[in-house]
Structures are given as C-alpha cells and as structure tokens.
Design a protein around this ligand. Structure first.
Ligand code: ZN
Length: 147
C-alpha cells in the first residue's frame, strides 16, 4: 500500500471517530471524577467524566466541542483506556504524548489512537490531539490524591 493510500485510510478512521465519537455524552450514573479542559490555541473544549472501580476505569464519557482532531482523539482515548487500571491509563497518556511529538512509534496498546501519530508532522495540531489525554491524566491523578 502506498503512503498516500495509507494516509487516506488514516484520515477515514479519524473522520469516523470525529463524526460519531465513542463514549460521547454524559455518564448515566455518578462519575468518580470530572474535569474540563480547553485548548485556547484552537478553541477546543472537553468535559470528561470517569468512573473508577477497584483502581480500574469502569466507565468513561466526554462532551464538549472541538475540531475533528480533538474530537477523534478523545473518542480514541476513551476506547484505549476503558477497562485499564489508572496506572496503565497514565502510561498510555505518556506514550500518546511521546508519539504525537514524534519520539516513538505508535504502540499497539493505543489502538486506533496510534493512527494519530501523523499529527507529529503538524505541530500546531499536537495540542488538539493531546487535550483529551491530558484531561484523563489530570482526572485520574485527582482520584489518587482524594484517597
Ligand atoms: Zn483543535
């Protein structure tokens, strides 16, 4: 497969996530933690709800408004971290951050989110891609402090 076809495939998956984001909306029950973060350079806003049971992310939902990269990234993030322990989720955030800065190849554990590795070529969009991941990191960090 040529690089341009691969790029087209990536774009298609990113567009699908942004058009119909996974885990979009609000949790039906109480969240363990909620956080709102924004990316002023683009105007992206995310509101994230996380429910943690036995140290694992048992439920997750996000809301807000943002560009297609930030929305797709949030959707991919929720897929990647659901069911993971807080420590595993935080490691994924660190891996994602390194990946979009071009420091590492996409790890398998990131799932569809690995497709955003191409963002490394567009520094202006890195903050769009990392917004949801930063929100998750801060949300679960807060949970640890509360204990
Ligand atoms: Zn954006």
């Amino acid at each position: 497969m040529g690089l341009s076809k691969l790029d087209t495939l990536y774009r298609q998956v990113i567009l699908e996530h942004s058009a119909q984001p996974h885990h979009h909306g609000k949790l039906s029950g109480d969240a363990t933690n909620e956080i709102e973060l924004n990316n002023p350079t683009c105007g992206d806003v995310i509101s994230l709800q996380v429910k943690i049971d036995d140290g694992k992310i048992s439920e997750i939902a996000f809301d807000g408004s943002g560009c297609s990269i930030s929305t797709a990234s949030a959707s991919m993030m929720t897929d990647a971290v659901l069911g993971k322990t807080v420590e595993e989720a935080q490691q994924l955030v660190l891996d994602f951050s390194k990946m979009v800065q071009g420091e590492i190849e996409a790890p398998d554990e990131l799932g569809d989110a690995g497709l955003l590795s191409g963002v490394a070529k567009f520094p202006a969009r890195i903050k769009c891609a990392t917004l949801a991941w930063k929100a998750l990191y801060q949300a679960v960090d807060k949970e640890e402090q509360d204990d």
